[in-house]
Design a protein around this ligand. Structure first.
Ligand SMILES: NC(=O)c1ccc[n+]([C@@H]2O[C@H](COP(=O)([O-])OP(=O)(O)OC[C@H]3O[C@@H](n4cnc5c(N)ncnc54)[C@H](OP(=O)(O)O)[C@@H]3O)[C@@H](O)[C@H]2O)c1
Length: 284
C-alpha cells in the first residue's frame, strides 16, 4: 500500500491519476475536509492528515509500505524529516521523495538547502529511497501566470534571459509511479527535465502566437521580485528562495536536459508546446 502526500498539488494530482490508471493500491493524505471529500468523490481512498501533526501521519501510515513524500511550506525540511522518522517507526520500507534540481547543502538557496537536508535524512534513515529532482514545472504557467496573462498583463520574473528545461508534472508523476510500483529504483537520484530549454521570453512568444495576441514577459530585478513576493505575504525565507532560484536560472542552472524520464518510464518527456496547446483555455 502506497501513501501519497501533496495529493492536491501540481505533482500529487497527477500521481493520483497515474496510480489510479495503473490500478495500484494507494491512499492519499488530505489536510482539509474539502480535499478529503474531493478525493473520495473521485473514488480515491483518502485519509485526513497533516505532516505537521505526527499523530495524524502515524494513523494514515497504517498498513503502508511505500510513501511518496512532498510538501511545500516554508521550512518544509522540518516537516519532511519528522515524516521520515514517523514513516520508519510505522514500518514503511521505501520513500520516494520529491526534491528539486539543484538541491545541495552548499547552495545559497534556502529551498535547495532544505531539500538537501531532507534528502540526507532520508538517505541516513536506512529506509530504501528514491529521490526525484525535477526542474521547473510547465504547470507553473497555469498556476502562477495564467491569471495575469488572461488579464492582458505582463509576466514579471527576475529570470532575465535564462532558459529552463520545463517539465510536465505528468512526467514526474509517471516516474514516481514507476519507482513506487516496480523494483530497481532504490538508492537512486533522478534528475528530471523536459526536452527543451526555453526562457520566459520564448514561452511568452509561443503562447502569444497560440492566443493570437501579445503576451509580454518583463524581466525584473532581484530586489523588485523580493519586495513583490513579500508584499503578497510570502515570508522572507521562501521569497529569498524564489529570488535565488531565478538567479540560478540566469546563470544557466536550469538549461541542461536529461533523458531520465524516458530512461525510467520508456516514454519521452512531454514538450511545453503540447502543454500550452492542451491548456490554452486557462490563458483565454
Ligand atoms: N514548481 C516548480 O517548478 C518546482 C520545481 C522543482 C521542485 N519543486 C518542488 O515541488 C514541491 C511542491 O510540489 P507541487 O508544486 O506539486 O505542490 P503544490 O502544488 O504547491 O501543492 C502542495 C501540496 O502539499 C500539500 N501540503 C503542504 N503542506 C502540507 C502539510 N503540512 N501536510 C500535508 N500536506 C501538505 C498541499 O496540501 P493542501 O492542498 O492541503 O494545501 C498540496 O497538496 C516543493 O517541494 C518544491 O520545492 C517545485
Amino acid at each position: 500500500m502506497i501513501l501519497i502526500t501533496g495529493s492536491t498539488g501540481k505533482v500529487g494530482q497527477q500521481l493520483v491519476a497515474a496510480l489510479k490508471a495503473k490500478g495500484a493500491a494507494f491512499k492519499a493524505l488530505a489536510r482539509s475536509e474539502a480535499s478529503l471529500s474531493a478525493l473520495k468523490a473521485q473514488g480515491v481512498e483518502a485519509v485526513k492528515g497533516d505532516l505537521g501533526d505526527p499523530a495524524s501521519l502515524k494513523a494514515a501510515l497504517q498498513g503502508v509500505d511505500k510513501l511518496f513524500l512532498l510538501s511545500s511550506a516554508s521550512h518544509f525540511d522540518r516537516l519532511e524529516i519528522a515524516a521520515i522518522e514517523t514513516a520508519k517507526a510505522a514500518g514503511v520500507k521505501h520513500v520516494v521523495k520529491l526534491s528539486a534540481q539543484g538541491a545541495s547543502a552548499d547552495s545559497s538557496n534556502p529551498l535547495f538547502r532544505a531539500h538537501a537536508r531532507a534528502e540526507r535524512a532520508l538517505e541516513e534513515s536506512g529506509l530504501a529511497f528514491t529521490i526525484l529532482r525535477p526542474t521547473f514545472f510547465q504547470q507553473n504557467w497555469v498556476a502562477f501566470y495564467a491569471h495575469a496573462i488572461k488579464a492582458g498583463q505582463p509576466v514579471y520574473v527576475n529570470a532575465g534571459e535564462g532558459r529552463m528545461a520545463w517539465i510536465d508534472t505528468r512526467d514526474i508523476a509517471a516516474v514516481a509511479a514507476t519507482a513506487l510500483m516496480e523494483p530497481g529504483h532504490e538508492g537512486l537520484v533522478y534528475d528530471l527535465t523536459g526536452p527543451e530549454a526555453l526562457g520566459y521570453v520564448d514561452v511568452a512568444a509561443r503562447l502569444g502566437k497560440l492566443l493570437d495576441r501579445e503576451v509580454a514577459y518583463v524581466p525584473v530585478s532581484d530586489a523588485a521580485a523580493f519586495q513583490a513576493m513579500k508584499g503578497m505575504g510570502m515570508d522572507a525565507w521562501y521569497a529569498y528562495g524564489m529570488v535565488t532560484l531565478n538567479q540560478g536560472v540566469r546563470r544557466g542552472m536550469a538549461e541542461p536536459t536529461t533523458g531520465t524520464v524516458e530512461l525510467v518510464t520508456g516514454a519521452a518527456s512531454r514538450t511545453l508546446d503540447a502543454f500550452l496547446q492542451e491548456n490554452l483555455a486557462a490563458f483565454q
